[in-house]
Design a protein around this ligand. Sequence first.
Ligand code: 13P
Ligand code: SF4
Length: 375
Amino acid sequence: MNSVKDVPIQFDYPQQNASGATCIAQAWAKAPRHLAPNEKLEVVKRIKQLLKEKDAALIAHYYVDGDIQDLAMETGGFVSDSLEMARFGKNHAAQNLIVAGVRFMGETAKILSPEKRVFMPDLEATCSLDLGCDATEFAQFRAMHPDRVVVVYANTSAAVKAQADWMVTSSCALAIVHQLKEQGKKILWAPDRHLGRYIQEQTGADMLLWNGACIVHDEFKGEELAALRAKHPNAQVLVHPESPQSVVNQADLVGSTSAMIKAVVDGSATEYIVATDKGILHRMRQLAPHKVLIEAPTAGDSATCKSCAHCPWMAMNGLLDILDCLERESGEVFVAEPTRQEALNCIERMLTFTKDHPDLLAKAQHGFVKNIGVA
Ligand code: 13P
Ligand code: SF4
């Protein structure tokens, strides 16, 4: 069996991940206040009315509060992973998009649809990967390796995307890097070190890695997971590829949030250990109510647990903030036009690739399943 301990990753640009305790604590401090049932009903009713009146669509990520996910589904909006959120916003006819998620998701929607107005419940909802990949530092890394194709993860700022050849999400990263490797390309990858290492291992591509991490997935622990698996020997283990190698090594499926949900819905097992943000359990329970879902272990209440499997920035999205977007037009996302135009190239390249190559995507998705390569 593969190791349940992590092997250190070799970094080619040792940028410190700017995910210090202070900014995480600030995010938790901004968590929306709890609404009493009657107040919640009133707020939801008003939001539904305003979404119609203002020609707006609500797009939510699987990690945000379950009430917001339900509201998106009930109003003709959408709940999904970051790839499909981008595609839905671009193709939807509404003039206004409300993106409940984190900053890069709102920026991606605006970059793809400059003619639409894009709003976010809280513009300060960011991501440790985005925070840990400063655009100026990244430009220095790029300048050191002009011979490499620049592939960046969606969880980056518009200013970083403006410097990239390709943007990828966890749904399509494996397929795209595999194709680049087949074309003989060498890759410069940023910012997630775990996803980068995983893709490198699966494709054999020549990749230089930035040293970034997701503070949520970084906390899943290999040894504790092994102990949990021993207690649940029939459980399938589903892991998001932003997790450390010791956790990925024990997975029955490594995949995007959508792939993990599909595995629970379609899978024959009755028990699943889930290594990603616990917000995803809401949709999993709705779609597969009879399956047993077990949260993968993090550091628990120990000093090193900063998120305990819930993203503090995703948690900043609240119903009252959505109401504010609609009533007061607060939280509008702006991206400077030159940056937008430059960032657009790498996003459109990804959307075209994923539309034109459903076969490669499916094959690579298959490759996410343990012990099956993309060859
Ligand atoms: P997905 O693309 O799988 O939805 O992941 C986005 C993300 O931020 C995971 O932490
Ligand atoms: Fe970023 Fe991690 Fe939060 Fe996803 S879960 S938005 S990668 S900090």
